[in-house]
Design a protein around this ligand. Structure first.
Ligand SMILES: NC(=O)C1=CN([C@@H]2O[C@H](COP(=O)(O)OP(=O)(O)OC[C@H]3O[C@@H](n4cnc5c(N)ncnc54)[C@H](O)[C@@H]3O)[C@@H](O)[C@H]2O)C=CC1
Ligand SMILES: O=C(O)C1=N[C@H](C(=O)O)C[C@H](O)C1
Length: 266
């Protein structure tokens, strides 16, 4: 399948380029980067620093290259990802989107677009994190009503959004297991206050150095607590998952898919 990489010089974009370029089932046909970058027009392999030419070039105009691809892999910014969605809709292409930080309105538009083209959206493309969602569902159903639930996430100091997209998905899984709406029970930051709202999910975002990604969900009871944690030591697990997601999405019917569909988790 022919792959277009959005933001090939980004942390995720460069890892995805490296991994996709080694896969026998994928051919990278182009990359798209912001206007004015000095690597526009360069071979994407050289631009990313894989050390080999991939015979595919970086453009600053997605509409001029989109016809070459089957699937776009996009881990960029909310603003650019919305442009990618609209371009994919116009050209009838599939999109794997791993960008986080979308507004509710932007998510609604993604849902609308996915009625016409295949879209896989995942705030986290690690298979292990998606397994963790199942563990959280079980824990929430079993002890969620009798525990204080706190989500603590840590990322590198350059991350743009907080709380992380993953922690919001985790909260969503827990809220659904408790028959609640996340917006009714989420409490973002309690700095300066000691009280805890009973039945809430507390959110805590830490940003420091080059932490790649850590998520802990704590179920606090009296006399004991359960913590379920995922640590990524680098971003490779997410990039591998992005390529698996693209392979899954190739030739699929229009719809909004998730990593659960890739892994066959119900
Ligand atoms: N779903 C998942 O598993 C994961 C999601 N992410 C999310 O992916 C996104 C990107 O993360 P990073 O790679 O760390 O960020 P980054 O800042 O390293 O890369 C962003 C890329 O977007 C590109 N970009 C920005 N505006 C553009 C435009 N107008 N046209 C073309 N390219 C444009 C930049 O040039 C850059 O290459 C974030 O939202 C992050 O939260 C990150 C890791 C895993
Ligand atoms: O920006 C990151 O690094 C990550 N972002 C995603 C998120 O917001 O949850 C996924 C992962 O935690 C890494």
């Amino acid at each position: 399948m022919n792959i277009l990489i959005a933001g090939p010089r980004g942390k995720m974009g460069s890892l995805i380029t490296r991994i996709a370029s080694k896969r026998a089932d994928m051919k990278i046909v182009a990359g798209v980067a912001p206007k004015g970058r000095n690597y526009i027009g360069q071979d994407i392999g050289m631009a990313v620093g894989t050390g080999e030419r991939l015979n595919a070039f970086v453009s600053d105009d997605i509409n001029s290259i989109i016809d070459q691809c089957d699937v776009i892999i996009d881990y960029t910014t909310t603003e650019f990802s919305m442009e990618v969605m609209e371009a994919a809709l116009k050209a009838n292409k599939a999109v794997v989107c791993g960008t986080t930080g979308f507004s509710e309105e932007q998510f609604c538009r993604i849902e609308e677009v996915s009625k016409h083209i295949p879209v896989l959206y995942a705030a986290n493309t690690s298979r292990v994190v998606n397994l963790m969602y199942k563990l959280l569902e079980l824990a929430a159903k079993t002890i969620g009503n009798v525990s204080d639930i706190e989500i603590i996430e840590m990322h590198d100091k350059h991350k743009k959004d907080a709380p992380s997209g993953t922690s919001l998905e985790m909260g969503q899984v827990i809220a659904e297991a408790l028959d609640q709406e996340l917006k009714d029970i989420a409490v973002f930051g309690r700095e300066g206050r000691g009280d805890r709202v009973s039945g809430s999910i507390g959110y805590h975002s830490l940003r420091a150095g080059d932490i790649s990604s850590s998520h802990t969900v704590m179920f606090g009871l009296m006399g004991e607590r359960l913590e379920i944690t995922h640590h990524a030591y680098n971003w490779e697990c997410f990039a591998q998952g992005a390529c698996e997601a693209a392979a899954f999405l190739y030739c699929k019917e229009p719809g909004l898919y998730t990593v659960k569909d890739v892994l066959g988790i119900k």
